[in-house]
Design a protein around this ligand. Structure first.
Ligand code: PMP
Length: 361
């Protein structure tokens, strides 16, 4: 059999879907993945390693990471039977698409987080994307009209939003979640990957509603992107269904041990999120002096900046040792780069580089 024949066995939807858009580039100041610029605290790394060492590695971990789910429940003030834990919230997006998107509708906005689109495409969902307004706010009426047209399906409300960093009005988000519940057949996914930088919190909107799921992650403010841990907060009834889709023993014992230790010492997360918010305001203020770039306000640990020529600006920043993230050349983000906040020193380097790139970039 030739390779071509073999690939013909791959479902059309998978072949049509592009790979996750990411290229690794090694530069000193890495601002392309919205990670925490600070590693997990050294003393906690030590404690976590000891905890991991005290456990048997020849045995499978907890089937559904039950102990961890209980600890997350206690931390979040959430019934632990409604907590589902996976290696990163990306996995939950895939599983939610399996749960409620296959042969159904996935409703989101444009631009949006690429994984919603990729999973919808691969799993054969009908993808409906309602363009954001020019100021990056949700088109609540447009989304509501799509919700009323009917599900079943999934609707993603990312708060604060990625890749824009925009935080929507709470009444718009509440209105949409209520419209989805009223229309029926929709699962509303409130993706809160960046909530620690925003002051927003949609747990209460989801509490007690079988059709609402909050997604959170240890990859950003907790500084544990390398360990891979995300979770869903929902009702026990919905969690039971979602859990069936999680492969058995999915969260490894090392990650479970590290996250347990993190949850026992959560103070650093708030301090760092506050430091990042201070840096964000400092960097955005400094960029006001840039002759050609326009940075957008943000409620996350990253921001968008519009340049006269994104490709030139991207290359120029890399040549100065700073790595931002390119955006789709789609209309609303044409000319934009996405830049994560780093340490104060990294942000200084970014600003210095940015100020040197003017006319062409
Ligand atoms: N949702 C959004 C909006 C994100 O930006 C990200 C990270 N890029 C994720 C979910 C996934 O995070 P993780 O899989 O690392 O938990």
């Amino acid at each position: 059999m030739t390779t071509r024949d073999a690939l013909a066995a791959v479902r059309e939807e998978v072949r049509r879907t592009p790979a996750y858009p990411f290229t690794r580039i090694d530069v000193p100041v890495k601002l392309d993945q919205n990670e925490s610029p600070w590693d997990f605290p050294e003393n906690l790394k030590k404690l976590a390693t000891e905890r991991a060492m005290s456990r048997a590695w020849n045995r499978y971990p907890d089937l559904n990471a039950d102990t961890l789910a209980e600890r997350i429940g206690a931390y979040e003030g959430w019934d632990p039977r409604g907590v589902v834990v996976t290696p990163g919230s990306n996995v939950l997006i895939k599983l939610l698409t399996e749960l409620g998107g296959i042969n159904r509708t996935v409703l989101t906005v444009k631009p949006t987080f690429a994984v919603y689109e990729l999973e919808a495409m691969m799993l054969g969902a009908r993808l409906v994307e309602v363009p954001l307004h020019d100021d990056f706010s949700l088109d609540a009426s447009g989304l509501e009209a799509e919700l009323r047209k009917g599900g079943p399906g999934l609707v993603y409300l990312t708060q604060p939003h990625a890749p824009t960093g925009h935080l929507d009005r709470e009444d718009d988000v509440v209105r949409l979640a209520n419209a989805a519940s009223k229309a029926g057949g929709w699962v509303t996914v409130l993706d809160e990957a960046y909530y620690q930088y925003s002051g927003s919190d949609y747990r209460e909107l989801a509490r007690g509603h079988d059709d609402r799921v909050v997604l959170r992650t240890f990859s950003k403010a907790w500084g544990l992107a390398g360990l891979r841990l995300g979770y869903a907060l929902t009702t026990p009834a919905m969690a039971t269904e979602l859990q069936k889709l999680v492969p058995a023993f999915n969260v490894n014992a090392l990650t479970q041990a590290v996250v347990e230790v993190a949850l026992e010492h959560p103070q650093y997360v708030r301090e760092r999120a506050e430091a990042t918010v201070r840096e964000r305001e400092r960097v955005l203020k400094a960029l006001e002096a840039h002759p050609t770039w326009v940075a957008y306000p943000s409620s996350t640990n990253f921001f968008l900046v519009r340049t006269p020529n994104a490709e030139e600006a991207y290359k120029a920043l890399i040549s100065k040792g700073v790595l931002p993230r390119r955006q789709d050349k789609q209309h609303l983000l044409a000319g934009c780069l996405r830049v994560a906040l780093g340490t104060p020193e990294e942000n200084d380097r970014f600003l210095e580089a940015a100020m040197q790139i003017q006319a062409n970039g």
